[in-house]
Design a protein around this ligand. Sequence first.
Ligand code: ATP
Ligand code: SF4
Ligand code: MG
Length: 428
Amino acid sequence: MADKNKSHYITAKELRRIAKENINATKAFEKRKKRKNVESEYVTQMKDPANIVEFEDLHTYFYTDAGVVKAVNGVSFSIPAGSTVGVVGESGCGKSVTSLSLMQLVQGPTGQIVSGSIRFRTKAFRRDEKGNKIPVYEMTEENGELVVKKDAKGKPVHKKNELGGNLYETDEKVYDIAKMPTEAMRSIRGREISMIFQEPMTSLNPVFTIGNQLNEVAFLHIEGISKQDAKARSIEMLKLVGIADPEGVYKKYPHELSGGMRQRVMIAMSLLCNPRLIIADEPTTALDVTIQAQILDLLRDIKGKINGSIMLITHDLGVVAEMADFVVVMYAGKIIEMGTAEDIFDNPLHPYTIGLQKSKPTVDGEVESLYCIPGFVPNPIDMPDYCYFRDRCEKCKKECAGEYPRLVKVSDTHSVSCYLYKEGNAND
Ligand SMILES: Nc1ncnc2c1ncn2[C@@H]1O[C@H](COP(=O)(O)OP(=O)(O)OP(=O)(O)O)[C@@H](O)[C@H]1O
Ligand code: SF4
Ligand SMILES: [Mg+2]
């Protein structure tokens, strides 16, 4: 029940209480992140072996001075291997926080993954009793016997992987990223999951050349790579992303490139280590329309080449329609509808998804003015206990005053969280 006397201001006493509660709540989470040698606590199994990522009931909160912001509030969806999954929704609905949770990049101590799972299929390094990675060495025949090859200084020679780095023994495993300590996550981030951000100028360092920055990523994530191999790999990636003069761009500084070129460089950087998953958070928003189309073409082309998956975050339904195999629609920290691209575009069900479609301008449509979904998203600190969209919904009926509607499966691929629909029934 809303308190009638409640003002919008927080008293000093209340502030102290919130701060104390926040410190208590976040202390335990921060401690958990520092655990050592606890692999058994985060090794798990996929529900469906065809997936490379499975989010299940993920809750990521921010413990702010004004109260707890439930930025991601019970999100469950999967990313199948080799597919593009689009995550859409208006500003502040939790798209970025969902992806940052997957990278374990939510800013602590304020931001914390509070509960739920993020299962990820990984090529995990095998470890010896001391926790060190187990190297694979070159072998050679000596006196009819197979022995480890040694270099001139008597050191064993590492076998190289396909990227020119040292080869280590690995196992296919599934890790629950939500439970992994920070240290263990370092071997996944950048190597197996990489990220392309919205504004390349803020992600590239203005004082280093493009080559320098690409090589740096290679040195960081491809252990044992030589300078020549790093340079060759960087130039190969610049070529792959359609840069006509890769050797020239390699020597340039970020400010010497156009916005589209910089975004291509960011994509080249994300591809350096052959990731299984690329998260692209609004990758084209800062670019003009023709360049946007080129970058989307490039992403599509690259997905085929690397045989990986893409999690594409955008507020632009047009981008999702062109790129995604599956679409997840978020609203105020929750998934309100998800399905294949056809489900969402040909048969949108949730009044919010329908509103999003209507608010998209079309060239041939005779739209006189753009449709605007009325009202605002509720205050994230004080969410109602009924459907979060109710105060903006034009189809609201009596049941909608009840508890928050659960996500129902209207078909094998299509789910929606709205009282207008029942299990197995896509017609309201
Ligand atoms: N560091 C933070 N501290 C407090 N609240 C945060 C923080 N980062 C995000 N939030 C809150 O979490 C919610 C989800 O934010 P998020 O960045 O995921 O939105 P988004 O869907 O990516 O939006 P956009 O389209 O604007 O990028 C918002 O209510 C936001 O205010
Ligand atoms: S549950 Fe009711 S209020 Fe919520 S979106 Fe559906 S019709 Fe609208
Ligand atoms: Mg965002």
